[in-house]
Structure formats: C-alpha cells, structure tokens
Design a protein around this ligand. Structure first.
Ligand code: ADP
Ligand code: MG
Length: 347
C-alpha cells in the first residue's frame, strides 16, 4: 500500500465505488458515515461510524488520512468547513455551499450567462399562490432533496389549493421544461485548464429517478460542444478539484439548459467503470490526491440500468453475459425505488 490515504465523508454506493478506485491505486480509504449500515464499509479499509458533528470522531477521521473528499453534497456547510480547517477538503466547501441550495446554484449559473429553466424562490403560501406564471412547474425543496424527494409537480392552478406544503423549508418553483432529452457531462478538473472530460451521457428518468444511462448520447454536434463547453466553464469558475457532473435538459427546440450541478461523482457515470480506461471514480481520487492526470479514453459504448428496489433480486443469482457487469451495493434493506445496484452492458 502507498503512503497516501483518502478520507471519504459519506458511506453510500458512491463512497463504495470511490473506495474501490482508491484500492486500485494502492491508496488507503477511510469512510466516515452516520449510518451504521453504510454500504461503503464493505469496501473501505477503515470505517468510522459517527454523527458528522462529533468533534472527537471528526478529529480522529482527519488524523487518519492525507486527503479528504465527500460522496454526497448535503453535508452541513459548517461541518465541512470545520473539517476543511483541520485537513483540506476537495472539492472546496464553498463550492458545496453554492450547489447544495437550488436557488444559489441557479443564481450562480445565470450570473454566468448559462441557461437554466425559469424559477422563483417560494417561502410561504402567499408566494406560491401568486406564482401562476411558473405553472406547469415543479416545486422543490431548496436543500436536501435527491431522487425526486421533496418535489411536487404542479400542473394546474387548481392543484395549488390541495397542496400540503411544510413551509419550514424554503422552496424553489421551477417552470417545467418540455423535455426532449436529458444528458449529463462528467468532468474531472485537476487544476487551472487541466481537465479530463467524458463524452455526454444520455439519461432516462422515471418518477424523477435515474433509470437508464448510455454513452454516447444521441445529440448533434452543437449540443455536444455546448454541453462540454459549459461543464468546463463551470468547473473553472468554481475552481473545482475532482470529478463533478452537470445535468442538462434539452427541450423540444434543441435548447440546452443546466438542470443542476452535482459536486461529486454521479450515478450517470457508473458506466465509466467499464466503458473507459479511467473511471470517474479513479479520476476523482487522482485529482483529489494530487496524482498524475492520464488521458481518459472511451473503450466501449455502454448502457447502464439502475436496479431499484426489488429489481436487484433477479440479478443476485443471474448468469451474466461476458459484456454485462453487475454491481450490488450490498444494502441491508430493500426499499421501493431505492438504488440497490446497477448493471452495465458494454457494446
Ligand atoms: P434531484 O436532485 O432529485 O436529482 P432534479 O432537479 O435533478 O432533482 O430532478 C430530477 C428529475 O426530474 C430531472 O432529471 C428531470 O427528469 C425531472 N425534472 C426536474 N426539474 C424539471 C423541470 N424544471 N422540467 C422538467 N423536468 C424536470
Ligand atoms: Mg438531478
């Protein structure tokens, strides 16, 4: 094992895949998570079970590693900042502060002349009732939402009357984009103007949850160039270190919009494990641990299927073809719509 070590905050499947990438590079991984059943403990060299605001455990975690990163963006900013003061965290906590709030994120994008859907901040019932211009739209919690959680689709003014909204949270109300397609661009930034960019990936969601991804995305050259250009611009503007993902909408008139930025490795990039010489996870570890940047190339076209809830059961004992790769996240309990594993098929 090399002398280098990486600390990963969060213990979900993204953490697991980061640990596997670290292992491949001979880097020790230490995961900290507040979930005692965190799947990543099966993949990490060490696991610390702790609340994120336990100073003693955080100190212990920091002492064990040379570099620190995170696998989910919803860690409280103050916690991340505190950790960063003990040992540098990448991507920087300030980036997370922008991206973990949907309003701050869209304000940042629009300030940089990057198209997003129209949106308005909603703090109470009165503001919601007078936001008819955004119907049909999606009301989303500004923070802590994922996989469609905390989202309400509103298709007519009538629906506003029956909505039970908890206004302890802040909300964003976004106009619904008439989607032709969704794509994502995953980029790893190693330093100023130093990137590896993956080809745009085409994504299909069901009930606001990613279900299928494939590379290459079927898009024209303009959209290809524009999506990569914006991803590079965003990474540069944020002074980002590591792997990030930009999720895009394409509307029926072929307009490109940024939906959101994920300041981390991303579900749509799972296929990079089998389709590229270097996966999004390995590139993230390389960038955060200051390792060499290696030219990243696609070896195969690929498709990925997310296995949600019971879907996983079929695959646990299935005989796979040579071009199929099954990943079991080893989650203790199956829940409906929970991401339990995925299957990648290379072509
Ligand atoms: P999450 O943080 O849960 O990924 P997103 O904002 O990415 O939330 O929404 C999840 C999915 O819901 C999107 O990928 C898209 O399919 C759909 N969606 C979200 N916002 C809009 C919108 N404004 N217009 C059309 N579809 C949307
Ligand atoms: Mg999303």
């Amino acid at each position: 094992m090399s002398n280098t070590s990486i600390g990963i905050i969060g213990g979900g499947q993204l953490g697991s895949m980061l640990c596997s990438a670290a292992k491949k590079l001979n880097i020790k991984s230490v995961v900290i998570s507040d979930d005692k059943d965190a799947p990543a403990q099966s993949f990490a060299d060490e696991f610390i079970f702790s609340k994120y605001d336990n100073d003693v455990k955080i100190q212990e975690f920091c002492n064990k590693v040379e570099f620190i990163t995170f696998e989910f963006e919803n860690i409280h900013y103050d916690v991340l900042k505190k950790i960063d003061e003990i040992k540098k965290v990448n991507p920087k906590p300030q980036i997370n502060k922008i991206v973990q709030n949907r309003i701050n994120e869209k304000d940042f994008l629009n300030k940089n002349n990057i198209r997003t859907t129209s949106y308005i901040s909603i703090k109470n019932e009165g503001e919601l009732k007078s936001a008819q211009d955004f119907i049909p739209g999606l009301l989303k919690t500004c923070t802590l939402g994922y996989d469609g959680k905390g989202q309400y689709k509103i298709e007519s003014e009538k629906e506003l009357d029956n909505l039970k909204i908890d206004f302890d949270n802040d909300y964003i109300f976004e106009k619904l984009v008439k989607l032709k397609k969704e794509i994502s661009v995953i980029i790893t930034r190693f330093g100023p103007e130093k990137y590896e960019v993956y080809d745009p990936i085409e994504n299909i969601h069901e009930d606001q949850i990613l279900k299928y991804s494939k590379v290459p995305a079927e898009i024209d050259q303009n959209l290809y160039n524009q999506s990569i250009k914006w991803a590079k611009y965003i990474a540069e503007e944020l002074n980002y270190i590591g792997t990030m993902c930009v999720e895009y909408f394409i509307d029926k008139n072929e307009n490109l919009y940024v939906n959101e930025i994920a300041p981390r490795v991303h579900n749509s990039g799972h296929l990079t494990i089998n389709a590229y010489n270097i996966s999004q996870f390995e590139n993230h570890i390389r960038a955060v641990c200051n390792l060499e940047k290696i030219e990243t190339k696609k070896i195969y076209n690929a498709k990925m299927i997310n296995l949600l809830g019971d879907d996983i059961l079929v695959y646990k004992n299935k005989k796979l073809k040579d071009n199929e790769f099954f990943f079991d996240y080893l989650k203790k309990t199956i829940k409906e719509k929970r991401k339990m594993g995925h299957l990648t098929i290379i072509e």
